[in-house]
Design a protein around this ligand. Structure first.
Ligand code: ADP
Ligand code: MG
Length: 571
């Protein structure tokens, strides 16, 4: 099964593969000729003649030259196949990851995911290049030698082969063990990456909490587990190779014993005898290489098993066929229920909501009430467990995914910036963006001013996730990005929480401009920012408990009025 899938990756490169096999065939044949040469040499010494004197040196040179050509063809074209295959596999894995559903990322750490595309793929490369090379090269050599042996004396050869089941047993036992250890080893490698990347990206938190020893211990434990598995692997490898060699030696000994028996000696010329023994002892090296390479193959198989497991993870469902032009932006929630998992509590408990085109809806309420979850359903990051959502009267799932998302701009609490220029971040995903449109978006988000002050303006790099910008600047970048996207539905999930009151007032003005003609959902903690919303929803524990305009809700004197009172006092 695993082999078959791996072979599927070799298929497109079968021509190179064929050349490599031919190359190794040449290598094996010319190496086997060494035994034949020994035979001729011995026989030649006994009956010397002039032509033989010329033949033998020529034979040596030609044999090694052919072997060299074979080695080149085999090694180069095999690497060609393996490298292409790994490249294809790696890209497949990465592309698949890009389209996995959100829940997959909730359950897997990014460290483990990154180690899949780096470490795991490298293991498959090892199996692909080194192992298949040895497998073909030495495997064909062994076959060549066996043919030669049979040709010279088949009875002796059968005796010689009597021990092969034993060798096979050892190899198969160690293979199983190797694959098990390799799987654990690869997981532990993921742990190492995971812990390191967490501690390194969060270095400020680590230091302010004085958690260096804590992280040290965590990393030590992960690295220790890795060390232990590596040593287990080394132990298995270190025992299996000598055991196999001893078995080969024993069979050689038996062979010599029988070969020297008078009955056999009489039937063979001394040359044939030497040729036979030479061929038999030539077996030792390839057999050793083959048994050593087994662990690399098992590692590669274990890694490809993990990779194929990832490739088998179902993608985000995308069965819709409706490709919207520009949406109007009417949004309707019909009794929407949602839980993050089957065994998790319900986060949304029956949301009914009708949003008109161009309406500005504000959602407020205590943290953990389900506000982010609610808006996250619109770009289909998650799917309702019951009920349905319609946009412009069409059920959300009937839309094709990518064009749907194209119509929704989302600015969330956590701003993600890429280590690229300011302009590329604002026009993220668009190649060769129109500079004046980028600038207009930046102006509308009140970001133009600080961008102008940067040394390279719009061409300045922002660093890893925008470390070179302040929190407020990062947020304005995110808003500029949403404005640039110019989509009919705009979602702002606490998008202004990192801004000071001053810039928030600017952004306020900007947003009012941006919201015109768009359906906007604003989640905000500071109630002052949403007073002018067309409608305010108060969410509590997955339910909308109140809705109305600012004044209506204040008059009602319910939950909103209480929240407002609370913030008013604080201010
Ligand atoms: P709000 O935005 O109103 O603060 P959220 O929608 O972020 O609230 O969260 C609502 C509830 O869902 C919380 O109890 C939170 O623990 C839970 N939750 C949020 N995200 C996830 C997730 N990815 N997996 C599991 N539970 C989650
Ligand atoms: Mg939230």
């Amino acid at each position: 099964m695993l082999y078959k899938r791996l072979l599927g990756y070799v298929k497109p490169f079968w021509k190179s593969f064929l050349v490599a096999v031919i190359g190794y065939g040449i290598y094996a044949a010319s190496s086997t000729a060494l035994a034949e040469m020994m035979k001729r040499l011995i026989d030649g010494i006994q009956n010397p003649d002039a032509s033989f004197r010329l033949f033998l040196p020529l034979f040596v040179v030609v044999m090694f030259a052919t072997r060299g050509v074979g080695t080149f063809l085999g090694t180069y074209f095999m690497s060609n196949v393996a490298r292409n295959m790994v490249h294809m596999l790696r890209c497949d894995v990465f592309n698949h990851m890009l389209r996995l559903p959100g829940s997959y990322f909730d359950n897997h750490s990014s460290g483990h995911l990154v180690s899949r595309v780096t470490y795991h793929v490298e293991q498959v490369t090892g199996a692909g290049t080194k192992a298949i090379t040895v497998l073909l090269q030495e495997g064909l050599f062994v076959i060549g030698l066996l043919c030669y042996l049979f040709w010279t004396n088949w009875m002796l050869t059968l005796l010689f082969l009597a021990v092969t089941p034993l060798i096979g047993g050892v190899v198969s036992y160690t293979s199983k063990r190797f694959r098990r250890i390799s799987r654990r080893l690869q997981r532990s490698m993921g742990d190492v990456t995971h812990v390191a990347s967490e501690a390194l990206t969060g270095y400020r938190v680590v230091r302010t909490h004085g958690a260096e020893t804590y992280e040290q211990e965590r990393f030590r434990a992960a690295s220790e587990a890795n060390r232990r598995q590596s040593l287990k692997e080394a132990a298995t490898k270190a025992t299996s190779t000598p055991v196999i060699q001893i078995l080969v030696a024993i069979s050689l000994a038996i062979l010599v014993w029988f070969a020297m028996s008078p009955a056999l000696m009489d039937n063979m010329t001394p040359g044939e005898f030497v040729g036979f023994i030479t061929a038999a002892s030539l077996m030792a090296k390839p057999v050793r290489s083959l048994s050593e390479i087994n662990n690399t193959i098992q590692k590669g198989l274990a890694a490809s098993g993990e990779l194929f497991g990832l490739l088998d993870e179902p993608l985000e469902p995308d069965e819709g066929t409706v490709v919207p032009g520009r949406l109007e932006g009417r949004v309707r929630f019909e009794n929407v229920h949602f839980a993050y998992g089957e065994d998790k509590p319900e986060v949304l408990k029956g949301i009914d909501l009708d949003i008109r085109q161009g309406e500005m809806i504000a959602i407020v309420g205590r943290s953990g009430g389900g506000k982010s979850t609610l808006v996250g359903l619109l770009p289909r990051f998650y799917y309702p467990t019951a009920g349905r959502i319609l946009i412009d009267g069409v059920p959300l799932n009937d839309y094709e995914l990518a064009p749907l998302r194209q119509q929704i701009a989302l600015v969330s609490q956590q701003v993600t910036l890429f280590n690229a220029t300011i302009a590329d971040n604002i026009a993220y995903g668009v190649s060769n963006p129109d500079r004046s449109a980028v600038e207009a978006a930046a102006r509308a988000a009140y970001a133009h001013e600080f961008i102008e002050r940067m040394s390279e303006g719009y061409d300045s790099l922002v660093g890893d996730n925008g470390v070179m910008l302040s929190g407020g600047q990062r947020q304005r970048m995110a808003i500029a990005r949403a404005i640039f996207k110019d989509s009919p539905i705009l979602i702002l999930d606490e998008a202004t929480s990192a801004l000071d009151t001053e810039s928030e007032r600017y952004i306020q003005a900007a947003l009012e401009e941006v919201c015109k003609g768009r359906t906007t959902l604003v989640i905000a903690h500071r109630l002052s920012t949403i007073e002018r919303a067309d409608r305010i929803l108060v969410m509590e524990q997955g339910e909308v408990i109140e809705q109305g305009t600012h004044n209506e809700l204040l008059e009602r004197g319910g939950a909103y009025a209480a929240l407002y009172q609370l913030q008013f006092q604080e201010a």
